[in-house]
Design a protein around this ligand. Structure first.
Ligand code: IMP
Ligand code: MG
Length: 203
């Protein structure tokens, strides 16, 4: 955990959007830590698929936007990209319904190696829902990668193949993760101050 009163904090999370930065309780993962970890994950993924000709990466949007954009540039093989929009959260910090697939893929996945990318594995319900849907398309293989995984939160059996960081059970924003569609642009991952997690004006 990083002390936000430290004078060094700007390089930990550039660009510094002052108004957003003030909303953070702490920084859990810095911009540089993310960059280094994403490079290693890219190597692991390249190694895992070394015998395949091509990989299809499916980003669960909007949360996985930034992570996927950076990750695919670290994968040293041809990649196809598609997106799936899944909704499980409204403007609050706990699931209000089963995950719903709002936008389905465009690519044909039959006999393809598929890597699903999400921002965070929390209860695991999104993971289960997406894997179930993608299995129907008869790919050659399905793997799952998440930038973050929350410890002790799993409600279903969900074992990711690639994980960036395991974090404690706190509500985090930044690097694609949002609260009410805000904070995605932060380059680091921080804990949102608890009093901001459900302001009546955003309900
Ligand atoms: P799950 O279905 O419970 O595993 O939730 C996965 C989804 O919940 C993620 O893709 C996120 O959109 C959202 N989510 C879970 N925890 C957080 C958080 O701490 N901050 C922001 N979004 C979160
Ligand atoms: Mg998400």
């Amino acid at each position: 955990m990083i002390d936000l009163t430290s004078p060094q904090h700007p390089p930990l999370c550039a660009p510094l959007v002052a108004a957003m930065f003030e909303d953070l309780e702490s920084i859990l993962v810095t911009e540089q830590e993310i960059r280094e970890r994403v490079a290693i994950l890219g190597q692991e993924i390249t190694e895992t698929y070394r015998d395949a000709d091509e990989l299809t990466v499916i980003a669960i949007i909007n949360g996985a936007l930034l992570f996927t954009a950076d990750l695919i540039r670290q994968i040293d093989m041809p990649v196809r990209v598609d997106c799936m929009r899944v909704s499980s959260y409204r403007n609050n910090t706990s699931p209000v319904q089963e995950p719903e697939i709002i936008d389905m893929l465009r690519l044909d996945l039959r006999d393809q190696h598929v890597l699903i990318i999400d921002d965070i594995l929390d209860t695991g319900h999104t993971f289960m829902r997406v894997v179930k849907e993608i299995s129907k398309l008869k790919p050659a293989s399905i793997r799952f990668g998440a930038l973050l995984e929350k410890e002790g939160r799993r409600e279903v059996e969900a074992h990711p193949d690639f994980v960036g960081f395991s974090i404690p059970d706190q509500f985090v924003v930044g690097y694609g993760l949002d609260f009410a569609e805000r904070y995605r642009q932060l380059s680091c991952i921080g804990v949102l101050k608890s009093e901001l997690q459900n302001p009546p004006s955003w309900a």
